[in-house]
Design a protein around this ligand. Structure first.
Ligand SMILES: Cc1ncc(COP(=O)(O)O)c(C=O)c1O
Length: 379
């Protein structure tokens, strides 16, 4: 039995982490008086592009908006189908519905929580216009083996990399692999802007389309508009820019991103070591040498997840469930199809407290509490 004292931080499944400097940066952005789109937003885009090693990035108000715009820019609309795992946050599916397209749910590998090339190819229909893999927990999804067939069918890969900022696919960062990539900079993500998101477009034309879609369909840049007597609206657009107030937070966080990479990997590895050999649970593999983990998930086997979950919550250990499958949600019932692997995963999955306030000692404490709860469930 572990004797490590509980820190209040293990009661949180996730929590924003500030490095210091964010409050001053927001105060300065407030005084500067540009709250819609401004120079700080442009600077944030450039710095994110620099970190990823890509020519351009388009910042938006949220990860959901990023996926919505990424899909629209890829030409997705009514009458199209988008292949998507059911095992994801509901935002992924809502972004598809926002385009007027329909989700077609696909299975994931229960060992990773991610879709696989073979499952994608098997689910293609003549109406498939895009594939939306979800980089669960930050793990890259490499669809290279399916790419020739997808290209031939005119199917675009738009990644939901909401949880994967900073992760690698081979020797390239996620976002630099040639597909449309969508990030979230929400409160508990690897890098937070408070709220925010970004799209990595494939071409300058696609970048332009994304910028118009985020800014009410207006063609001219904000800077250009300030000097002109009119402006041009040439298509549909939303008001989902990233405010300079949020960009200010992100710019400070970017300066410390190396710390996020180290601390998050360290915490994930501490959980893996502390749970090694525990009977009745299996770690969902995050491919941690390549991943900046956004969460640490385990499967609780033998129909004991709910009991273990309740016991841990009683003991003030902040476990969570990410995610209940979407094809079982009332809102998405029209697109239900049997997905036995995902359904089982939905009953087994449990995420552990995971954020940068925690230390490896906290992970050992949580692992000890899990072992105790498992032993109790055996009696
Ligand atoms: C997998 C996944 N997709 C999409 C989103 C949506 O991002 P946001 O909350 O920034 O809109 C999130 C985060 O909440 C997420 O975890």
């Amino acid at each position: 039995m572990t004797t490590t004292a509980v820190t209040p931080d293990v009661a949180h499944n996730a929590r924003p982490y500030l490095y210091g400097g964010e409050e001053a940066a927001v105060a300065s952005a407030l005084s500067a008086g540009q709250y819609n789109h401004g120079a700080l937003t442009d600077e944030f885009e450039q710095r994110v592009a620099g970190l990823l090693g890509v020519p351009d990035v388009v910042a938006v108000a949220s990860g959901t908006a990023a996926i919505h715009i990424g899909l629209l820019a890829a030409g997705v609309g009514p009458w199209h189908e988008v292949l998507v795992p059911s095992f994801t946050f509901c935002a992924t599916v809502q972004a598809i519905l926002a385009t007027g397209a329909q989700p077609r749910f696909v299975e994931v590998n229960p060992g990773t929580g991610c879709v696989e090339p073979a499952g994608i190819l098997a689910a293609l229909t003549p109406r498939t216009r895009a594939v939306l893999p979800v980089l669960y927990g930050g793990r890259a999804v490499d669809l290279t083996p399916a790419r020739p067939a997808l290209d031939e069918e005119g199917v675009t890969v738009v990644e939901d990399a909401a949880q994967a900022f900073g992760s690698w696919q081979g020797d390239r960062r996620v976002g630099a692999t040639g597909v449309v990539t969508c990030f979230s900079f929400g409160p508990i993500k690897n890098l937070t802007c408070g709220l925010g998101g970004a799209i990595v477009p494939r071409t300058p034309l696609e970048a332009d389309t994304c910028r118009r879609l985020r800014g009410l369909g207006i063609v001219e840049s904000a800077a250009h508009r300030a000097e002109a007597t009119t402006y041009t609206v040439d298509g549909f657009g939303m008001r989902v820019q990233m405010s300079p107030l949020n960009a200010a937070i992100g710019l400070v966080q970017l300066q410390h991103f190396a710390e996020a990479e180290t601390r998050r990997r360290e915490l994930w590895r501490a959980y893996a070591a502390a749970l090694d050999g525990a009977n009745g649970v299996a770690l969902v593999d995050a491919d941690v040498p390549h991943t900046v983990p956004a969460l640490c998930a385990i499967r609780v086997l033998n129909n004991r997840r709910d009991r273990i979950f309740r016991k841990l919550r009683q003991d003030r250990v902040g476990v969570g469930v990410h995610y209940p499958p979407n094809h079982l949600q009332p809102a998405f019932a029209a697109w239900h199809r049997p997905l036995p692997v995902t359904e089982r995963l939905g009953q087994e999955i449990m995420t552990l407290p995971f954020h940068q306030h925690l230390t490896p000692a906290d992970a050992e404490y949580v692992a000890g509490m899990i072992r105790q709860a498992l032993a109790g469930a055996n009696r």
